[in-house]
Design a protein around this ligand. Structure first.
Ligand code: FA5
Length: 352
């Protein structure tokens, strides 16, 4: 016993001094005080020892016990060393700020919000005035919430309208695969489960599609969706909301039209189109030769979808409305290619 204590006192102070990381310290702690640690095992043997021997080894045993204090000190030193290292590696971003620009007189360039953020904030403010509240739905969601509950079962041809990025994972929620949401319409079921009508919600956020990229199509883009559920709503309310929105965003100068569309989760459904400002409606590569740019999809929420969300379609009706703010910003600011928004090209961003 005495020899063992001597041996610990010889070995451990050096081991503690040489510990390089907090993990090393934790391992040493376990070696000494863990379930099968030296000190734990030694203490178990005490009850079989002669009293005189116990008295003799007591001071040395206490010294081993106090190694914990040295261990804690070493941990503190390691932390301090870490902070000092971090401090010396700190990158002073202010120092490497870009060269002087005319809009500031202290030699540093002033930043600003991204153009689509500015545009989207305007949209949110507009609908706040009509009593719509902002709601956040998940960007990674289940196939069920993004499709099935919206009347789009597996293998339904309407799935071709949304080129989907599935998450390659064995993890599923209630037997439903995970995906990157293709539209903010995944919010509809979340909203109906969480709130009772009357409901006035707006959802803003990233959507993802496995797209063939072109001047109108990005793989990552934002959508803005309204979910409005109340008694007695009709297409007239939808028309009013569309006009209210487009007039405020574009003024009177842009021509807008509502045309019949198809979405499995709305009935009737509509597409909202804005006249292409680049070709004035005659057709060009930006609008795909049709003279109009599709800005939004909308419609009266399908009774089956209301039922899926626990809302009685015999009492309530709903309007849903999903718009691509980047497409609208293209029209408003004359941007020819939607891909400009995410390129991070300063020359482009500084124009706003
Ligand atoms: C939808 O995504 C439906 N969820 C919209 C909807 C909501 C219909 C509520 C009915 C009720 P669509 O795939 O057409 O529909 O997209 C809506 C808008 O998102 C388009 O009009 C367009 O402005 C924008 N958008 C769609 N795909 C892209 C893309 N790849 N890049 C940029 N914007 C896109």
């Amino acid at each position: 016993m005495e020899e063992k204590i001597e041996q610990l006192l010889n070995e451990f102070p050096d081991k503690i001094k040489n510990a390089k990381t907090l993990k090393d310290c934790d391992m040493l702690f376990l070696e000494l005080y863990g379930k099968k640690g030296h000190l734990t095992l030694l203490t178990r043997e005490f009850r079989n020892l002669d009293k005189n021997l116990l008295q003799r080894i007591r001071p040395k045993f206490l010294s081993v016990k106090n190694l914990e204090i040295d261990l804690n000190k070493r941990k503190e030193e390691i932390r301090e060393e870490g902070y000092r290292k971090l401090e010396s590696e700190k990158l002073d971003l202010e120092e490497i700020a870009s060269p002087a620009s005319p809009d500031r007189n202290d030699g540093r360039r002033k930043g600003h919000l991204h153009p689509t953020t500015i545009f989207m904030q305007e949209i949110v403010e507009l609908f706040k005035k009509l009593g719509f509240q902002q709601y956040d739905a998940p960007q990674i969601d289940t196939d069920y919430n993004n499709f099935e509950v919206l009347n789009i079962p597996p293998e339904h041809p309407a799935r071709d309208l949304w080129d989907t990025l599935y998450i390659n994972s064995k993890f599923e929620i209630r037997n439903s695969k995970l995906l990157l949401r293709t539209h903010t319409s995944n919010s509809q079921i979340h909203i109906m489960r969480e709130f009772k009508p009357p409901i006035r919600m707006m959802v803003l956020g990233r959507c993802f599609r496995y797209e063939n990229l072109d001047p109108r199509h990005e793989h990552t883009f934002d959508q803005f969706e309204l979910v409005y559920i109340d008694k007695g709503l009709s297409m007239a309310n939808l028309q009013f909301l569309s006009e209210y929105f487009l007039k405020h965003m574009f003024g009177q100068e842009i021509k807008v039209r509502l045309q019949p569309g198809y979405y499995p989760f709305t009935e009737p459904s509509a597409k909202i189109l804005g006249e292409c400002i680049f070709c004035k409606g005659s057709g060009c590569k930006i609008c795909g030769g049709v003279g109009w740019l599709e800005l939004a999809g909308a419609g009266m929420i399908h009774p089956k979808v209301l039922e899926n969300g626990g809302v009685d379609p015999n009492i309530y009706s709903g309007i849903a409305w999903g718009v691509g703010p980047a497409r609208m910003a293209m029209l408003k600011w004359g941007i020819e290619d939607i891909r400009e928004f995410l390129k991070g090209d300063l020359k482009f961003l500084q124009k706003f």
